[in-house]
Design a protein around this ligand. Structure first.
Ligand code: TXA
Ligand code: MG
Length: 317
């Protein structure tokens, strides 16, 4: 099978109706989509990604009213989040309806729901009469794709069609929020919607990313999003080896060739930094150097989520 990159929403819709996979653009990262209500179609996602079958998938829906189609109970706070942030980079965990196959949630009683903000994928979701299960369209454990060619590089021959929606405008996966019983609303994954923004809408939240107590959620596993060569986090007195590629926040370092460096945002714009992160990691990974050394960003707003991805891409020292 040859993987085709195109912009034809009808071709994508027809493949999905036949139970095939399609790479889809979203504002966060590209997804590898299948009919969420068809277990056989969903199974193909796990095969294509080499993903362990215990990892639950996010279900992408077309409109807020779909919340009640796929969730048994939608708390008022969930509606408030949906109103405030959808379409957008936020995923909400809710008790699932029986119509959602167990394979999608890997047997959990909750389902992860989100309305993505990308014009092509919105039209696609509106054309279809089923929601789309889609993890990020990378091989398991690798850097998430933020453009159609990234998907093709990793999944050539494993997916028939990739809808090309250009570069992802947010560049970080969605923030995941849930409502565990007898507890504060909980952020399980930092992402494209900052914790500060969420707190403005629903008040105090608890942050519990990559908890080892939740083996069902490898997106929360500590080592994830890994480039192919070792990535170290720059400390106060890290001596830069000659053969390093550098991921920097606002400025270039002296003594290292400029072509071996990427600056996330010269103006210190965290949105721009998030948008550039994964593409730059890929570029540095492809250079003829032996390591990547990354600088951390300020721990505020999207900086928290960016640092989370850098830490998880790094080797422990
Ligand atoms: O921005 C995004 O969220 C992208 C785009 C394509 O929408 N998707 C994405 O999917 O990042 P994925 O599969 O790479 O990450 C989904 C995360 C995983 O860590 C998974 O374990 C968690 O969501 N998840 C999904 N359903 C869950 C559930 N019911 N309970 C707990 N965690 C869940
Ligand atoms: Mg992923």
């Amino acid at each position: 099978m040859e993987t085709i990159i195109g912009t034809d929403i009808q071709v994508a819709a027809d493949l999905l109706r036949k139970g095939e996979l399609v790479g889809i653009p979203t504002e966060t990262v590209y997804g590898l989509a299948a009919n969420a209500l068809d277990s056989n179609a969903v199974l193909k996602i796990f095969e294509a990604k080499n993903r362990p079958a215990f990892d639950p998938l996010i279900v992408h829906i077309a409109e807020v009213s779909d919340l009640e189609k796929y969730s048994e109970h939608v708390p008022a706070l969930a509606f408030q989040l949906a109103e405030a942030f959808w379409p957008g980079p936020l995923t909400i965990l809710l008790p699932k309806q029986a119509i959602i196959p167990d394979l999608v949630t890997s047997g959990l009683s909750t389902v992860a729901l989100r309305i993505p903000a990308h014009p092509m994928t919105s039209r696609l979701l509106q054309t279809l009469n089923f929601p789309l299960a889609a993890p990020s369209a990378n091989l398991f454990g690798r850097v998430s794709p933020t453009r159609a060619t990234h998907v093709k590089e990793q999944l050539e021959g494993r997916v028939p069609y990739i809808l090309d929606g250009g570069d992802c405008q947010v560049g970080l996966e969605s923030t995941i929020v849930g409502f565990p019983p007898d507890s504060l609303p909980t952020v399980y994954r930092l992402g494209g919607t900052s914790v500060e923004e969420i707190q403005k809408v629903i008040g105090e939240v608890r942050i519990m990313p990559h908890s080892s107590s939740n083996p069902q959620a490898p997106g929360m596993l500590k080592s994830h999003y890994a480039p192919g060569k070792p990535l170290y986090i720059k400390g106060e007195d890290t001596v830069l080896p000659d053969s390093a590629s550098l991921l920097r926040y606002r400025s270039y370092a002296k003594n290292i060739p400029i072509e071996h460096q990427r600056v996330l945002s010269e103006t210190g714009d965290l949105r721009e930094a998030a948008r550039n992160l994964f593409a730059y990691l890929r570029e540095l990974d492809q250079q003829k150097t032996s390591v990547i050394i990354a600088e951390l960003l300020p721990e505020e707003g999207l900086g928290k989520a960016i640092n989370d991805r850098i830490r998880r891409a790094s080797v422990p020292v």
